[in-house]
Design a protein around this ligand. Sequence first.
Ligand code: HSE
Length: 435
Amino acid sequence: MMPRIKIGIIGFGTIGSGVVKILETNGDIIKKRLGTEIEVIKIADLDISTDRGLNVDQNILTADAQQLVNHTEIDIVVELIGGYEPARSLILQSISNGKHVVTANKALLAIHGDEIFSTADHNHVSIGFEASVGGAIPVIRSIRESFVANKISNIEGIVNGTANYILSKMSDEHCSFDLALKEAQEKGFAEADPTFDIEGIDSAHKIAILTRLAYGTPINFDDINTQGISGISSEDIECAREFGYRIKLLAISKFNGESIDIRVHPAMIPQSHPMANVNGVFNAVRLCDDLMEENILVGHGAGSLPTGSAVVADIVQIARDILSGSKNRVSSQSFQNNEIKSIPIMNIKDIHSEYFLRFSVLDNPGVLSRISGILGSYSIGILSVIQKGRSDQGKGVPLIMMTHRSNEKDIQSALREIDDLDVTCEKSNFIRVEK
Ligand code: HSE
């Protein structure tokens, strides 16, 4: 009879409850596949009194996470509290005590990944973090194992369920930003601090992790150009629709062999794009490489059971290694630790893209030619133009343009000049177009 795998869970919130529920309801099928049982022997949370509707022995609950970290029988510590501290210290202590770790903590891995991975490597333990990116989507396993022979060159992802839920609700149901956010929070998708979702920080954490795995490089988080969806108005969404596009918060990482173009921002994608109809809490990650060209993975990006299932999958994978006596069969970072080498990050000003431009200008003769003159002086070609409505005396009207592929630095310089014109009423706005 194979020994049971004993785990301790730190954090009995949305994901922690999901993990316990999955082990409770699907424990029999997991046992048939793994060959033994996974036993939760301790759960730590500051709140041990709230009834989660689960069949949990009260004696295994504790408010003291040290009891798990130092527990001699625990094989795997599952960290699901999120945030930097005390999560970082608890993980490092667990590793030093020879325990494998499973975590969904993208913020921690994006910022302190080097320290955590090297400490784990030094102590010969595994780190499972499938749940940190894309919820139920097995994107980390895909990069580490399924695409082990492939030279990945391009990652594009809708990797924040909350932001995607808000944009979908605004686009399809004309729901307000605030109401859509409130719904996402009620469904347990949003971070403790929802500005991480809205301002693109959570997506940046996730693309930092995927970039590390795909290209074998550490990423300095502050080098990721990050812009969220708080500046997206219902007018932007309407204009996008008129041009045949949808607006999505994209996390992008492109490697040209020398440097990496890594960024997070709202982008317009054509309605025919395979990710244009990835809506609500669904996430999608598109990977391009030299062998399969393109692969798109889609699934639930947040939520108790979807994310919980990714955590359980990691527990099972580590349990298999424990049972078979193998260690780090698959390198946690996808590359061997001594093969992780720093690759330069491209300055956002050097990228090229098509752009959607929105001006607010006086409805006077000659205005269009002054604006197109400035754009022309920076070699920015115009693909199409719409002026929406006519204005009352002295008030601005929206003037919308789509450009040909242009350089970001030129776009930013041109917009600064246009904003200084006496016919410009509000600061101009741009959204990058990804095809
Ligand atoms: N707040 C995150 C999201 C949770 O909305 O996608 C999953 O990482």
